[in-house]
Design a binder for this molecule. Structure first.
Ligand SMILES: N[C@@H](CCC(=O)N[C@@H](CS)C(=O)NCC(=O)O)C(=O)O
Length: 221
């Protein structure tokens, strides 16, 4: 589907400005899709809209009511649970760039808990089917895959986690071979490599990039 990419520079916090929030997304988060006068945010809602508008192949959001329900089931679970695990990556790698060196161990532990617990579920689902919602790839797989890519980029997931969850590793490698996977994950892999090499990413924003993963709101400044 043809689209024009507009980069929102989260490093500067431009997304937190009131005019940005009024115009595009009151939460200030990306991604956002603008289609003429229509604006939609939340990645699953964006993908669903595109799939409806362009009549995408049925594997992405399901061919039957039951498949559609299972894919939606995954999307809701993902946003409310696996996504909380993002705190492990964010507080290990980004927090220091925003607030300087501080004790982020509670936030990292909280993220780690959500991530590790989520991996158990993913391993179970992938032991039953080749993909998360059946024997064909769906949008659920893209959501889960790109979530895990951040953790791989930041070495939050490595050999230990892969050995414990061989079905996830097999599935991850299968999706990595798809032509769009690497171009989409290239930026986060590059950022992860910088942080693992000890480089700081200079950020002028002073707020979290992963809101909702704090342990004590407002504790960092
Ligand atoms: N559930 C949302 C998560 C979006 C999200 O976490 N976006 C982050 C970047 S990956 C963001 O925009 N953070 C900037 C901020 O919160 O200021 C989705 O799937 O679209």
């Amino acid at each position: 589907m043809p689209f024009e990419e507009v980069v929102v520079d989260l490093i500067t916090g431009v997304n937190e400005k009131q005019d940005f929030k009024d115009r595009y997304n009151p939460t200030g988060q990306v991604p956002i899709l603008v289609d003429g006068d229509f604006v939609v945010w939340e990645s699953s809602a964006i993908a669903y809209y595109l799939s409806e508008k362009f009549a995408a192949p049925a594997n992405w959001f399901g061919a039957t009511a039951q498949q559609r329900a299972h894919i939606q089931q995954y999307c809701h679970w993902h946003a409310s649970y696996l996504r909380r695990g993002a705190g492990a990556f964010f507080y290990t790698h980004f927090a220091e760039c925003i607030w300087g060196k501080q004790d982020f161990s509670k936030e990292i532990a909280k993220g780690r808990y959500a991530l590790d617990d989520s991996l158990k579920y993913l391993q179970g689902w992938l032991s039953e089917n080749e993909y998360l919602c059946g024997d064909e790839i769906s949008f659920a797989d893209l959501l889960a895959y790109h979530e895990l890519v951040s953790h791989v980029a930041g070495a939050i997931i490595g050999d230990t986690e892969w050995e414990m969850h061989p079905k996830i590793k097999q599935w991850f490698d299968t999706i990595s071979k798809r032509p769009h996977s690497n171009p989409v994950s290239a930026t986060i892999m590059q950022i992860g490599a910088m942080r693992l090499a000890g480089e700081l990413i200079p950020m002028t924003r002073k707020t979290s990039l992963a809101k909702g993963t704090e342990v004590t709101p407002g504790v960092f400044s």
